[in-house]
Design a protein around this ligand. Structure first.
Ligand code: C2O
Length: 549
C-alpha cells in the first residue's frame, strides 16, 4: 500500500456548453474534476485550497472512512466548511473496498460542477472476479445549468417553491448531439476496437434525477454497484439514482459494424413533476483502420430504445436483479440478528408560508422534506466536533423519533399532517449495533424515488415493496443470503425498502436523500455511533487544520 497525494485548487473557470459561456466553480479548472485512482489499502491525502468566495467541502462518496470521520466532508456534519482563502487536508485510508466511487462537493449545490471519479483498483495481484477488460472508461452522468446552480437553489429556498430545472444532462461533462447545434461539438466519443471488452465505470452525479442509461445495439454485463461486486447479469438498460455507481462490461462486436452507436441517458420519474426530461448522448464508434476518412463520416448513427420516463417495471426489474456476489472471496456479511429496528418515513412535506411572503409551494405553502416528519436544520457548528468534545448542548439533540409521529396510510391519500417540524436531531447507537431500518415513502406528491445515502457505512438491501410496509408478513421474505450491498438506494415511490447494517464506524454520519433539492429541503438525519472499547474501535482525534465555523 502506498500514500497518494493530490492537490485540489478550488478555482473559477470559464466553461462553454449549449452556446452559453459562464464561470463555474471547479477543481484545478477541470470540469468534470480530476479522476483519482488508488488501490485498496492505500492512503489518500488530498489538500483542498479554496480560492473562490463560496464555502466548500469535499465528500468521498461511498468511502467507509473507518475511524477517520473527520475526512468525510458533509458541511456542518463532520466539519465546518472550508472558507474562502482557507485549506484543509483530507487524509484517509481505503480499507476493504475496491470498485467505482466518486467525490463531490458537499456544500450547498456546489456539486453541480465540483465532482469526479474515484477509482479503487483491487490490491496488487488480486484479480477482478471477471475476465480482465482491455480498457476501463469512466462515464460520469451530470447536469448542466445555464444559470448559476447556487442562485437556482437560493431562489427556490427563498420563494418556498421548487427550483428551476437544469438545461441539459451530460456525459463526462458534455451534453451531446441531441440538444442544440452547439452541443454537437460538445459530445463525448468512445472509440472501441472490435472484439475487445471494456469496463465502463458509470456514475450518476446528476443533482436531481434518477437516470436510465442504454447503448444502441449493445447489451452490457453488470458486475458491480456502489463498489461491491454483484452476480453478473446482462442488461439493455441501466438505472442509477443520483449517487449510485455501476461497473458494466461492454463487449465490442467481433468485427467493425457499418454504423456508430449512441449511448443515452434520461430520467426515470413516475409523476408529472417539474424535471428536466431531456436526453444526453455520447457516441460509440468502432476503430476501423481500413475505412477511409470519408466513409467513416457517412456511417449511420443508431439510437438506443430508452424506457418511457415513467417505466416503473423496467426500473423495478433492474434493481431486483442486483444480488451480492456472496462467494468465498467476497462474502455477504448481512447482519443475521438485529439489535435495533427503526421505521422511518421519507418524503416531501411543507411549511406554512411566513407572514408577508408569497410562497410557491403546494397551496401557497413552503416546500420542505423530512424523515419521520423532522426536517433537519444545520447547526452553526459541526456535529462531529460537538460529539467528540462532549459539547452537543445547543448543537444537536438525541431525540430523533424512531417511528413516525402519527400513523397513516401511505398508499395514496396524503396524511392529514403534511407540515413538518424542524430540528437537529440524531439517533445514538452503541458501537457494533446491528440495525434494521425500514424506509417508507410517504407518497405526498409521489414523483420520484428517494435515493437514500448513508455515510460511513455500506448496507444490505434485504427487502422492498410497494404500498404500506407490513411488519408482520414482509420480513418473512427478506433476503439474508445474497442481498445487494450499497451506499445509496432508491426508496420506491409509493413503497418501502428495508436495509440492514452494522454500526461499526464511530462518528457522526449523515443519511440523506441524494436528490439535492430534497436534501436542501431537509430530507436528512444523522446517526451518532459511539466509540467501542478497543483502540481500533475509536474515532481518532481531529487533524490540526480542521476548519472552524
Ligand atoms: Cu454523495 Cu452526502 O453524499
Amino acid at each position: 500500500a502506498t500514500t497518494r497525494h493530490y492537490k485540489f485548487d478550488i478555482i473559477l473557470q470559464n466553461v462553454t456548453r449549449l452556446c452559453t459561456t459562464k464561470s463555474i466553480v471547479t477543481v484545478n479548472g477541470q470540469f468534470p474534476g480530476p479522476k483519482i485512482v488508488v488501490r485498496e489499502g492505500d492512503r489518500l491525502v488530498v489538500k483542498v485550497v479554496n480560492h473562490v468566495k463560496d464555502n466548500i467541502t469535499i465528500h468521498w462518496h461511498g468511502i467507509r472512512q473507518l475511524q477517520s470521520g473527520w475526512a468525510d466532508g458533509p458541511e456542518y456534519i463532520t466539519q465546518c466548511p472550508i472558507r474562502s482563502g482557507q485549506s484543509y487536508v483530507y487524509n484517509f485510508t481505503i480499507t476493504g473496498q475496491r470498485g467505482t466511487l466518486w467525490w463531490h462537493a458537499h456544500a450547498s449545490w456546489l456539486r453541480a460542477t465540483v465532482y469526479g471519479p474515484l477509482v479503487i483498483l483491487p490490491k496488487r495481484g488480486v484479480p477482478y472476479p471477471f475476465a480482465k477488460p482491455y480498457k476501463e472508461v469512466p462515464l460520469i452522468l451530470g447536469e448542466w445549468f445555464n444559470a448559476d446552480p447556487e442562485a437556482v437553489i437560493a431562489q427556490a429556498l427563498q420563494t418556498g417553491g421548487g427550483p428551476n430545472v437544469s438545461d441539459a444532462y451530460t456525459i463526462n461533462g458534455l451534453p451531446g448531439p441531441l440538444y442544440n447545434s452547439c452541443s454537437k461539438i460538445d459530445t463525448y466519443k468512445l472509440k472501441v476496437n472490435p472484439g475487445k471488452t471494456y469496463l465502463l465505470r458509470l456514475i450518476n452525479a446528476a443533482l436531481n434525477e434518477e437516470l436510465f442509461f442504454s447503448i444502441a445495439n449493445h447489451t452490457v454485463t453488470v458486475v458491480e454497484t456502489d463498489a461491491s461486486y454483484v452476480k453478473p447479469f446482462d442488461a439493455d438498460v441501466i438505472l442509477l439514482t443520483p449517487g449510485q455507481t455501476a461497473n458494466v462490461l461492454l463487449r465490442a462486436k467481433p468485427a467493425s459494424p457499418n454504423a456508430s452507436f449512441l449511448f443515452e441517458a434520461r430520467p426515470y420519474a413516475t409523476g408529472q413533476g417539474t424535471f428536466d426530461n431531456t436526453t444526453t448522448a455520447g457516441v460509440l464508434r468502432y476503430q476501423n483502420p481500413n475505412a477511409s476518412a470519408s466513409s467513416k463520416t457517412k456511417l449511420p448513427l443508431l439510437r438506443p430504445a430508452l424506457p418511457a420516463l415513467n417505466d416503473t417495471s423496467t426500473a423495478t426489474n433492474f434493481t431486483a436483479q442486483l444480488r451480492s456476489l456472496a462467494d468465498a472471496s467476497y462474502p455477504a456479511d448481512v447482519p443475521r440478528t438485529v439489535d435495533r429496528r427503526f421505521f422511518f418515513t421519507v418524503g416531501l412535506g411543507a411549511n406554512p408560508c411566513p407572514q408577508n411572503q408569497t410562497c410557491q409551494g403546494p397551496n401557497g405553502t413552503k416546500f420542505a422534506a423530512s424523515v419521520n416528519n423532522v426536517s433537519f436544520s444545520f447547526p452553526s457548528t459541526a456535529l462531529l466536533q460537538a460529539h467528540y468534545f462532549g459539547r452537543s448542548n445547543g448543537v444537536y439533540t438525541t431525540d430523533f423519533p424512531t417511528n413516525p409521529p402519527f400513523p397513516f396510510n401511505y398508499t395514496g391519500t396524503p396524511p392529514n399532517n403534511t407540515f413538518v417540524s424542524h430540528g437537529t436531531k440524531a439517533v445514538v447507537l452503541p458501537f457494533n449495533t446491528s440495525v434494521e431500518l425500514v424506509m417508507q415513502d410517504t407518497s405526498i406528491r409521489g414523483v420520484e424515488n428517494h435515493p437514500m445515502h448513508l455515510h460511513g457505512h455500506n448496507f444490505y438491501v434485504v427487502g422492498q415493496g410497494f404500498g404500506n410496509y407490513d411488519p408482520v408478513n414482509d420480513p418473512a421474505n427478506f433476503n439474508l443470503v445474497d442481498p445487494v450491498e450499497k451506499n445509496t438506494v432508491g426508496v420506491p415511490v409509493g413503497g418501502w425498502l428495508a436495509i440492514r447494517f452494522l454500526a461499526n464506524n464511530p462518528g457522526v454520519w449523515l443519511m440523506h436523500c441524494h436528490i439535492d433539492v430534497h436534501l436542501s429541503w431537509g430530507l436528512r438525519m444523522v446517526w451518532v455511533v459511539n466509540d467501542g472499547a478497543l483502540p481500533n474501535e475509536k474515532l481518532l482525534p481531529p487533524p490540526s487544520d480542521l476548519p472552524t465555523c
